[in-house]
Structure formats: C-alpha cells, structure tokens
Design a protein around this ligand. Structure first.
Ligand code: BMA
Length: 340
C-alpha cells in the first residue's frame, strides 16, 4: 500500500514494469518495449502520438491523435485489453452537434480523455478561427456530442480535472498564439455547466530552469492524491535546432488548484531514446494521460514521442511525490491564487 493515497479512477490492470536498478535522476522509467505504437498504425494514418487512454468496461479505451496520410491530424478511437497493444477504428470519431447533426472539426489534435461523474469528455485542439479548444462528451463511445468551445482562440493543451471542485468543473489550458507559440503559462478556468467559463486563474508559468524556459502546458489530467493534485505537464526549451519538450511534475492545492504547492525544478523525463529524439519533430516527450492503481501506487504515463510514436513510462506515487517535494522550487507567481 502506498503512503500517498490516490483517489479517482484507479485500476490494478495498469501496465507495469519494475524500476531498473541503474536508474539515475527522477524516478520515472520507460517501458522496455517502447514505442508501443509504431508508424502507419491504421489505414490512412501515418503516425499516432499525443494520445489519451483510460480503463473502460473490461479493458481500456483511448482517443488518439492520428496524422492522416494527407498530413491533417484527427482523433481516432482505440481499444485494448492490456493498454499496450491497441486496435484503432479506421473512421474518425464522428462528432455531432447538440441537435444530432454532423459537426466535424476541420482538424483535431492532442486529445485528452477525462471522466467526470458518469460522462467521458474529450478535449483537443482544433480550428475555431485559429487554434483553440474543442470539447465533446460521450457515455458509450458510440455517439459523441460536441458542446460549446470553452475558450476564445488561441489556446491549446486543455485538460479537465476528473472531478468538480467546489461544485464547478475545472479546466487547465494554455493560452497561445496562432503559430508555434514562443511563450505560455498554464491557467485554470471554472464552469458550473461546461458552457460558461470564468474565474480564470494563473496556475504556473514557464520558469528560469532552462528545460522549461520557453513555455509549459498541461499534460495528463491531474491525479487526485492525499498530497494534492499531481500534475504531469510538458515544459519546453528553445535551442538553435528548435524546441525540446520534456515532462515535468507539480502538485497543486486540492481545494484551490491555482496554488502550486510543489514544483519540481528538474524534468522527470527528457528525450533520450531514439523514438523521442528522432521522428517527424525530433526531441518531443509530450504527456497526455496517466493510469494509476491506488493499491500499489503504480502510475503509467502515456506520452507522445517525436510527434511520431506513443511511449509508456512508469513511476510510483510515493517516489515521484517525494522527488517533486525534495526538488521543489515554487516562485511567487506559482504559489499565489493567480488573480490580478
Ligand atoms: C505543439 C503541439 C504538439 C506537438 C508539439 C511538438 O505545439 O503541436 O502537438 O507535439 O508542438 O511539435
């Protein structure tokens, strides 16, 4: 039994490998058979990456960013019995509007999948006169209803919290620009009904640590723990050869998640393996989901690799929380309520 308690959806079937004995640095280690999804995974799709999964019925389900052979990204549904080997629908997810009419985005990428109460929500980046957030709901993974776009353009990296806090839905997002965005902090917004969003708060900014000195963005849905909301996010640095995306970790206050309690000054995982360093966009580790088991404290992190593959990494809640706390540097703009 782990010391740090995990709440919310947990599963003893979470994929797992023990920590390698020679692991250096942060207690996050890669699955030895990575990448778990290779190139040309389904007809008409050249690459799947930046995708989100969760337990469903007696197995697992996921929403996957598929780069079609015409280069346009879209979201595909996938199913698995072990959360490692996936089968994908050949058809894109068929979104409808609230009147039941087809309502397909022009493009769709970086989906997250979060269950709040009895409903599954998918949020992604799409065109709304510029890159912005799309939102849809389903209860059966057969019909998918889009609800109002939560935010104005430009915005990316939206992820809902897995439960309401103080009676409201909460969503993290990263306001951005129309291009590849050389800036960006994580913000929090609240809604009573998923239609009207407000009470916007600054959560945390890019930092003076070089690995996240250009921009940061929400990653996996925050995990509720006895220490606060455990957040795996991405941090970006700029080099003479372009951006490098790493995975970072922070813990947010449970009742006021715009307050950062701990924030790890070191990355938890940075591109090192061939499938992270080499691909359509080199040097990208981009977390979009986790699955966890409350009994053992095991956490599996699903992350996009080099905009080409899906990778799997593991950590244990006590170890990662301890590492984040031991290496925590929280600045004033992180620890305040985030309202100006
Ligand atoms: C971001 C998004 C991600 C992508 C990353 C690296 O702006 O487009 O989907 O993984 O860039 O290319």
């Amino acid at each position: 039994m782990s010391k740090v308690k995990i709440y919310g959806i947990t599963t003893p079937k979470v994929p797992w490998q023990e920590k390698p004995e020679n692991l250096q640095g942060a207690p996050v280690w890669r699955y030895s058979e990575n990448p778990i999804i290779g190139r040309n995974p389904v007809k008409g799709v050249a690459r799947i990456f930046n995708s989100a999964v969760m337990p469903y019925e007696d197995g697992f389900i996921g929403v996957f960013r598929g780069e079609q052979t015409n280069g346009i990204p879209y979201i595909y549904l996938g199913r698995s019995q072990d959360a490692i080997h996936w089968e994908f629908d050949e058809e894109k997810i068929p979104f409808k509007d609230e009147d039941g009419n087809d309502f397909m985005p022009i493009y769709a990428y970086d989906p997250r999948l979060v269950k709040v109460e009895d409903t599954y929500y998918i949020m992604w980046c799409q065109d709304f006169y510029g890159a912005s957030i799309g939102l849809a709901k389903t209860t059966d993974f057969k019909s998918f209803t889009r609800v109002e776009n939560p935010f104005l353009p430009f915005n990316r990296n939206a992820v809902l919290f897995p439960r309401k806090v103080n009676g409201n839905f909460l969503m993290l997002s990263r306001p951005s620009d129309s291009g590849h965005t050389p800036f960006g902090d994580i913000f929090l917004s609240e809604s009573p009904d998923l239609v009207y969003w407000g009470k916007h708060r600054h959560v945390m900014g890019k930092s003076s640590e070089w690995w996240e000195s250009v921009k940061i963005g929400g990653g996996a849905a925050p995990i509720e723990t006895s220490e606060g909301w455990l957040l795996f996010y991405h941090g970006v640095t700029g080099t003479c050869n372009g951006f490098v995306y790493s995975i970072g970790g922070a813990i947010l206050d449970i009742d006021n998640p715009s307050i950062v309690k701990y924030r790890c000054e070191n990355f938890l995982l940075t591109p090192e393996e061939w499938y992270e360093e080499r691909g359509f966009v080199p040097n990208v580790a981009f977390p979009c989901a986790t699955m966890q088991d409350d009994e053992t404290g095991r956490i599996a992190i699903y992350y996009g690799c080099a905009d080409t593959y899906v990778g799997l990494a593991f950590t244990q809640v006590d170890e990662v929380v301890d590492y984040i706390k031991t290496h925590s540097v929280v600045r004033e703009s992180d620890s305040e309520i985030g309202r100006r």
